[in-house]
Design a binder for this molecule. Structure first.
Ligand code: AKG
Length: 299
């Protein structure tokens, strides 16, 4: 995985305080995204912000355990209300530049989620991609922004990724999300998979949503959380269009969710008991993007 180091002094601060990529760094990041389907931006966010988010999310997990039946890497979502919202995470300038470069000027944030690798997780996750098995097109349907909240190590199950796999058809899996050993071997022969070790708090991994990846066993005694923010091209309607069409955020945070360079797809809800975010699976609130998708599917 190609790494690009943000040098705040050389590039100057962006609108929100997060550092921006220089022109040549952005060119390198976009070509890594196109060729490999993944790129790591080192030093994208301040450590204070990531540490504060980790503290809050670990505290949430202390009191509420999400169901891990369908996906053992399930987590609670990051809190979508003040004072836990950070511009440098949601509107990270480097991330937005890459998203707009990949997805166009209508790049839209549709998921504000997380994954957790849990201690005692002995089996690896099925290698999968996060979009349906439609035919591969020349366009990228969506990207995910992964922010590790702690160091990623072999011991705590750093994610296994298959660089360059974003352009490989998975029709052979027959819609099961279960890639056969033959598929995995063939892909590994074309380009060896790697684990996302050497990344940690402050870093950002941007991944094409089609890239093959999977969680690995966690032999440590810690919960390892990574934020997962999905950004889509809302005009993409091919067969591998993602179903991530929006998320809930809390009334009172409306102003935060407006940004001139990144659209958002949000359904605002009252605080109540906050169970709207204290659960593991992705939600499907009735945002205009979600409703349009349902209509197009004939649901
Ligand atoms: O947290 C990880 O290492 C990967 C989790 C993942 O890919 C998933 O749950 O879809």
């Amino acid at each position: 995985m190609q790494e690009i180091l943000i040098d705040k002094h050389a590039t100057g601060d962006g609108l929100d305080g997060s550092a921006r990529l220089s022109e040549s760094q952005l060119t390198a990041a976009l070509s890594a995204m196109r060729d490999e389907g993944v790129v790591c931006i080192k030093g994208a966010v301040t450590l204070e912000t990531i540490s504060a988010l980790n503290d809050k999310m670990q505290a949430d997990l202390d009191v509420r355990t999400p169901s891990r039946k369908v996906n053992a890497w399930n987590s609670l979502r990051p809190p979508p209300f003040h004072p836990h919202l950070y511009e440098e995470v949601v509107y990270n300038e480097a991330a937005i530049d890459i998203c707009r470069g990949m997805l166009g000027p209508r790049a839209t944030l549709t998921t504000y989620g997380a994954n957790t690798s849990w201690p005692g997780q002995a089996d690896a996750q099925n290698v999968h991609r996060d979009v349906p098995d439609g035919a591969i097109t020349n366009r990228c349907p969506a990207v995910v922004l992964n922010y590790p909240l702690t160091e990623f190590t072999i011991e705590n199950g750093a994610t296994l990724i298959y660089p360059e796999s974003h352009r490989t058809s998975v029709a052979e899996a027959g819609g099961t999300r279960k890639f056969t050993q033959a598929m995995l071997s063939k892909q590994a022969h074309a380009r060896e998979p790697e684990q996302t070790i050497g990344i940690g708090p402050g870093d950002l991994v941007v991944r094409d949503l089609r890239l093959w990846h999977g969680g690995m066993p966690n032999n440590s005694d810690e919960r390892r959380i990574m934020l997962a923010l999905v950004v889509i091209d809302p005009d993409y309607a091919e067969a591998d269009e993602t179903g991530f069409k929006g998320f809930e955020a809390e009334i009172g945070s409306e102003d935060f969710w407006h940004n001139p360079r990144l659209e958002t797809s949000i359904h605002f809800v009252p605080a109540g008991d906050r169970s709207y975010y204290l659960h593991g699976h992705h939600s499907t609130p009735p945002t205009p993007l979600y409703l349009d998708w349902q209509t197009r599917k004939g649901a």
